[in-house]
Design a protein around this ligand. Structure first.
Ligand code: MSP
Length: 520
């Protein structure tokens, strides 16, 4: 694998980030970190989507300019991703000058090509979706099914993109590439939507939508959000219609667009059509994740149950975001909806990270110190009965990642942790020590520590800080590529001093969490 280019959806800045936005960025960061363990050149793009009527209206309601609102909220997204250790390579804002300029060029190119034409139009516009809705998709009461709001009747002259021209080519692409849309069950939904696809509006009258990029040849119109937003994936790389930068040549086509299921249509129908119109290759995969609910309810401002990712870190007094990342990443099977609840969070991270994984390392290192003064003797390196399972788990985890099965990969890692715990119980090194079978005792401990190195590498994308703490105590190089990992990782000689043994994850304190819940 020569390079890996991953993009996330770019978030609307009409509000602050919540844990639904965070879920996507965490999954994306985990995928990116996993591929850094397999490839030297990995690039992750994220950012904010800053134009459109929604932002214009929110800014007006606050008495500030749209740009002020964008600056303020875009920073909140950056801050949140920093707190969650989201290690992106680039953060694009659709108000970046370079992006705006290239979007204008893209629009003009499609206009010249005849793929964009002007027409007068009457339709039902949902500001929440930032798109026109098909009347047959509304609820019985005539509401947008996603936002439960009545769409506005809009009658104006708009530019239209000839989506219908690309319909057959897109259907063929989806059918010929079963892994284009993942998970696979979503592809059928897209094929159904393609059946009655129409040409789409790609501009709005400037008189109605001021906060948008001007159409270069017709400044009375502003470019409508999706052509603007989707183009970020190529403008960020320095693409322009007349020349493709070195960076663009290197990273495009994209390996995966990570998005939520609600915006799959835009990514698997509109975007491929725009790319075909620009004569550019299509992305390799579009991975649509599910939605996160809070205590099984949809997150919404009106229900007052919106949770910010940083508030979870504060509530539980977490030094690192690892536990939250771990919990979110394992909250739902691939592509399905997941749920966040404080209690479940506490239970899961305490059980998995503190009790199973953390304790296993702590106990084993403590025994090495107690019985051998922290030293690994050459005779402790023996055939490791856990090696086959551990090396097999690396392959299983890689396969899961290739299908974006992030929570399924966690299950595989946990099963390796459980098996290693069972090996300790079954072989009882404390009994071996009592019976003065010191070589056997040392072998059991070193077998476990060798596997703990593999576990630290596998858990790294989810819990980078915990993994670093583990690796430090094991003198293991976390930069080792997954394909270079063996089951022989622990070096002979002094491994650790008693005072250097530290728990890698402290149990989440339930009293602390309860107190802070009462405060609210
Ligand atoms: N701006 C568009 C995306 C343009 S991409 C070229 C948009 N923004 S959004 O802020 O509404 O959503 C950003 C991402 O967050 C989307 O992928 C969306 O699916 C995801 N989520 C928003 N709420 C979510 C949950 N409650 N749960 C999981 N993901 C959710 O759409």
């Amino acid at each position: 694998m020569e390079k890996y280019y991953l993009t996330t959806a770019i978030d609307y800045v009409n509000g602050a980030p919540h844990i639904g936005h965070a879920y996507e960025k965490i999954l994306s960061d985990i995928i990116t970190r996993h591929y850094t363990q397999r490839c030297d050149d990995v690039y992750m793009l994220t950012g904010t989507d800053e134009h459109g009527i929604k932002i214009q209206k929110t800014a007006a309601s606050k008495g500030i300019t749209p740009k002020e609102l964008c600056d303020e909220n875009s920073q909140k997204f950056k801050d949140a991703w920093k707190a969650l250790d989201i290690n992106y390579s680039q953060f694009i804002r659709t108000t970046d000058e370079e992006h705006e300029k290239v979007v204008q060029h893209i629009f003009e190119k499609l206009l010249e090509k005849g793929d964009i034409y002007k027409n007068s139009y009457e339709g039902l516009y949902c500001t929440g979706c930032e798109c026109f809705l098909n009347p047959k998709d509304l609820t019985e009461d005539g509401l947008c099914p996603d936002h439960m709001k009545k769409p506005e009747v809009v009658k104006e002259e708009n530019y239209f993109f000839k989506l219908t021209k690309y319909k057959d080519a897109i259907i063929k692409h989806i059918k010929d590439h079963p892994d284009f849309i993942l998970p696979e069950f979503r592809a059928n939904e897209v094929l159904n939507q393609l059946e009655d696809i129409q040409d789409i509006s790609v501009s709005r009258a400037k008189s109605n939508v001021q906060w948008g990029i001007d159409v270069l040849s017709d400044p009375e119109q502003s470019i409508y959000v999706w052509i603007d937003a989707l183009s970020n994936y190529i403008t960020a790389l320095g693409y322009d219609t007349e020349n493709a930068s070195e960076k663009f040549k290197k990273y495009w086509p994209c390996d995966v667009h990570v998005i939520g299921k609600d915006i799959l249509k835009f990514h698997s129908i509109y975007w491929p059509a725009f790319l075909m119109a620009l004569d550019l290759p299509l992305p390799k995969h579009i991975f649509a994740h599910g939605w996160i609910t809070i205590d099984e309810s949809k997150m919404s401002k009106s229900l007052g149950n919106v949770i910010s990712p940083t508030s979870v870190l504060e509530t539980f007094n977490l030094e690192y975001p690892d536990a939250f990342r771990y919990y979110m990443a394992s909250s739902a099977p691939c592509g399905r909806d997941g749920n966040y609840s404080d209690n479940d969070f506490k239970e899961k991270v305490n059980a998995h990270l503190a009790n199973s994984m953390g304790n296993l390392l702590n106990r084993t290192l403590s025994m090495l110190v107690k019985y051998f003064d922290g030293e690994v003797k050459p005779e402790f390196k023996a055939e490791n009965p856990l090696a086959k399972k551990a090396l097999g788990t690396i392959q299983i985890v890689k396969n899961h990642f290739d299908n974006f099965e992030i929570s399924e990969a966690v299950l595989a890692i946990n099963s390796l942790v459980d098996m290693t715990n069972k090996y300790v119980q079954d072989n009882a090194p404390w009994t071996l020590a009592k019976e003065e079978k010191m070589t056997e005792c040392g072998q059991v401990l070193v077998n476990v520590l060798d596997i703990m190195c593999i576990i630290s590498a596998l858990i790294y994308p989810y819990c980078p800080n915990i993994a670093a703490n583990m690796a430090k105590q094991l003198s293991f190089d976390l930069k080792t590529k997954l394909d270079d990992l063996t089951a022989d990782n622990i070096k002979c000689g002094k491994l650790i001093e008693k005072e250097d043994i530290k728990p890698v994850f402290l149990r989440v304190d339930s009293e602390l969490a309860d107190k802070s819940a009462k405060k609210q």
